[in-house]
Design a protein around this ligand. Structure first.
Ligand code: SF4
Length: 264
């Protein structure tokens, strides 16, 4: 593939995941977001995560609607979503584990949902699910407006009259201290929610894929230093994209990269 021709323009917008992609590998950012290259495959784990999210959000939406889904209905929703994700048109699904199958994912998801619905306290009120946001920041020195970071909050809910932004993840292991403290996506959410509701709390819910399914619930906080880091990162990534920075970062990640075939 010819990587000499680079579109020299600032990105019109960024997102938590495009920022993360650029920081991991600028070549992958270019292939995915500028060249819009067709990925060679979709990871089965991503399909699982999307289906799990959809089921959790359907449960929250049903609380808002006043007809709360039963646990069985939530699990059924998960299976329908998983099937749709795994059989959607587009690049083929790549199973990381050759033993894995749709049935195995169904069983895992049902077990994880059973734990989540038992251990996670239902909110008093659900204000919205998949709530879109835009975070507009300005570079202090140049007063240049940076490309907005756009995305969606998993859910805005209330406990005891206080707004909570819920972010759901599925993971093979518990999030460690460093990951909780430094995760840029959470920093973005923390700043975006602060602009909307100053005293809102950011709550991370991790549904664990461990043998004994469990959930990890963490209150996430960020300070002025984290906000400064975010601003500098957005400004720097924006300048780098504008300048055509698109070098490859060869690492173990290349083995599972859907753009490996077109990367050289
Ligand atoms: S194959 Fe490796 S270097 Fe190439 S885009 Fe993917 S992660 Fe980056």
């Amino acid at each position: 593939m010819d990587f000499d021709t680079v579109e020299l323009s600032h990105p019109s917008h960024l997102s938590p995941s495009s920022l993360g992609t650029f920081l991991r590998c600028p070549r992958q950012y270019r292939l995915r977001y500028i060249d819009r290259a067709e990925p060679a495959f979709r990871a089965a784990e991503l399909a699982f995560g999307s289906a799990f999210h959809a089921a959790f959000q359907a449960w929250l939406a049903s609380i808002a609607d006043g007809r709360v889904l039963t646990d069985e209905e939530v699990r059924e929703r998960f299976k329908v979503e998983l099937h749709a994700e795994l059989h959607a048109p587009g690049p083929p699904i790549l199973w990381k584990d050759s033993e894995a199958s749709e049935e195995q994912f169904e069983a895992l998801g049902e077990k994880m949902l059973a734990v989540l619905l038992t251990k996670f306290a239902a909110p008093d009120r659900v204000l919205g699910v998949e709530v879109p946001f835009e975070l507009w920041l300005t570079e202090p020195e140049s007063e240049r407006e940076l490309p907005p970071v756009v995305g969606a909050f998993d859910a805005l809910v209330e406990y005891d009259g206080r707004v909570h932004l819920l972010e759901l993840k599925t993971a093979a292991r518990r999030w460690g201290e460093d990951q909780l403290r430094d995760n840029l996506q959470l920093t973005t959410y923390a700043q975006a929610i602060e602009e909307r509701a100053a005293d809102a709390e950011l709550t991370l819910v991790v549904a664990l894929k461990t043998r004994e399914s469990a959930i990890q619930v963490e209150r996430v906080t960020r300070d002025a230093g984290d906000q400064r880091d975010l601003l500098e990162t957005i400004a720097s990534v924006s300048r780098a994209v504008r300048a055509g920075v698109d070098h490859p970062v060869r690492s173990w990640q290349c083995r599972t990269c859907p753009f490996l075939g077109v990367c050289r």
